[in-house]
Design a protein around this ligand. Structure first.
Ligand code: PNS
Length: 154
């Protein structure tokens, strides 16, 4: 499972998903629906935007989950948590979460993929901020995501 808020999915996320799909038999993109951050998109919208983005990857599916990630992992008999690491600054929080998830999930491992350097500065929150103030985010999110953001803005 590749878990996240995906508010919205970026080309950095998509790069991790594509590479994970070559390493694992099946990848579930898990969208957290009870996010404490107030999201720009509903869980359903986020799932739909991801489904559209991963249409060409036959072994990738999209689901949303609530509550603890390890509970979803156990209920669905998933094996591995996949995370993308962008920079050293991600390390501390990811180390905490991987350690907690290994403890809670009785051994559930987290595998980290280094994000492509061309996307290593990307985050969904930065995308939203730049977009809100009229900056160009073309090429940083899938085209249909940008189109949907413009639609929502109107
Ligand atoms: O895209 P994000 O917001 O950085 O993803 C964070 C996410 C969804 C992976 C993390 O918040 C998470 O796993 N939340 C589910 C609740 C949970 O299990 N919390 C304890 C983590 S140790």
């Amino acid at each position: 499972i590749y878990p996240g808020s995906f508010d919205p999915i970026t080309n950095g996320h998509l790069d991790v998903i594509e590479r994970a799909s070559k390493l694992f038999d099946h990848v579930v993109v898990g969208v957290l629906s009870n996010n404490s951050k107030s999201p720009m998109f509903t869980a359903e919208e986020r799932v739909r935007l991801i489904q559209e983005a991963v249409r060409s990857f036959p072994n990738v599916s999209v689901a949303h989950f609530e509550g603890l990630l390890v509970h979803y992992v156990e209920e669905n008999k998933l094996d591995v948590i996949i995370k993308g690491l962008r920079a050293i600054s991600d390390f501390e929080a990811e180390f905490q979460m991987a350690s907690m998830n290994r403890r809670l999930g009785q051994g559930t491992e987290t595998v980290f993929l280094m994000t492509a350097t061309r996307y290593s500065f990307l985050s969904s929150s930065l995308i939203k901020e730049v977009f809100r103030f009229g900056g160009d985010i073309n090429g940083l999110v899938p085209d249909h995501v940008l189109a949907y953001m413009k639609l929502k803005q109107r």
